[in-house]
Design a protein around this ligand. Structure first.
Ligand code: CP
Ligand code: NVA
Length: 298
């Protein structure tokens, strides 16, 4: 049995296999030839934070493959009344075929997976967002082919998405430059483990020169709402603007996991512009995760 808690739970071949299957599933879905490869399978989805894309892509994905998904939040389960996550894992394991969890600490997801007897999927923690990386990489591969050897730039906060990009850089063999202010660095252990694949700078302009892909995310993630104002000041020099995009390679792409704040981490002209692939990136959550579910459940 396999879990997907971290990008590095997959080998590079497995990661590439899942995103290529994701592209195939997208084509099948577009041409109306998708097959129900997971009949009667059930995914339990625990969400301790808000979600639009992750919830809908998993739920629609399970339905499209002939299965079903159940949304579980602390508000309407015993989790909110103090039933331990580990007890919940033992019980749900006997009723569903896989469990996705969006929560705060990565350790909670890891503890849950230790006692679960079915595959567990990390649907975002404060540390990582691996499902998003499957969709981002599928989108890049669909547009430009393999990302190995390419130059990717992360602009902004050293958050969960940034950490996931660092893991994926070492896994798939691209170079990542993280451009952000001091004090908002990515996870030190993750940086160290990927030392040959990642560099860090405080200059967004320097980082973006000749980039093949520029990626950013919100300045205040879920759980950091009270820091919104102080972060707007700290990150003021890290908006992805048309001027910054102009420094990148001519065919550079722009990605953002969404939800986005126009006029903060990205200008409207960039996110709604010709180099942005954010809508396709979001849409690919559906197909990449269907491929992940097949990988874990078949
Ligand atoms: N990108 C992403 O995970 O979006 P949601 O928070 O809407 O799921
Ligand atoms: N970094 C963001 C990603 C949301 C999908 C957050 O954690 O809120």
């Amino acid at each position: 049995m396999r879990h997907f808690l971290n990008e590095l739970d997959l080998t590079a071949d497995e990661f590439r296999g899942i995103i290529l299957r994701g592209s195939e599933l997208r084509k099948q879905w577009e041409s109306g030839t998708l097959e129900a490869t997971l009949p009667h399978r059930v995914l339990g989805m625990i969400f301790e934070k808000s979600s639009t894309r992750t919830r809908v892509s998993f739920e629609a994905g399970m339905t499209q493959l002939g299965g079903h998904a159940i949304y579980l939040s602390p508000d309407n389960t015993q989790l909110g009344r103090g039933e331990p996550l580990a007890d919940t894992a033992k019980v749900l394991s006997q009723m569903v075929d896989a469990i996705s969890i969006r929560t705060f600490s990565q350790e909670s997801v890891e503890r849950f997976a230790e006692v679960s007897t079915v595959p567990v999927i990390n649907a975002l923690t404060d540390l990582l967002h691996p499902c998003q990386l499957l969709a981002d990489m599928q989108t890049y591969f669909d547009h430009r082919g393999d990302i190995a050897g390419k130059k990717v730039v992360w602009v902004g906060d050293g958050n969960n998405m940034c950490n996931s990009y660092i893991n994926t850089a070492s896994l798939l063999g691209f170079h990542l430059t993280v451009a952000g202010p001091d004090g908002f660095e990515p996870d030190a252990q993750i940086m160290e483990a990927a030392a040959g694949s990642v560099t860090r700078t405080t200059s967004a302009a320097e980082a973006c020169a000749d980039a093949d892909l520029i990626v950013t995310d919100v300045w205040a993630s879920m759980g950091q709402e009270e820091e919104q104002k102080s972060r707007e000041i700290a990150f003021a020099d890290y908006e992805v603007t048309p001027e910054l995009m102009a420094l990148a390679s001519e065919d550079a792409l722009f990605m953002h996991c969404l939800p986005a704040h126009r006029g903060e981490e990205v200008s409207a002209d960039v996110i709604d512009g010709a180099q942005s692939v954010v809508w396709e990136e979001a849409g690919n959550r559906l197909h990449a995760q269907k491929a992940l579910l097949e990988f874990l459940l078949q």
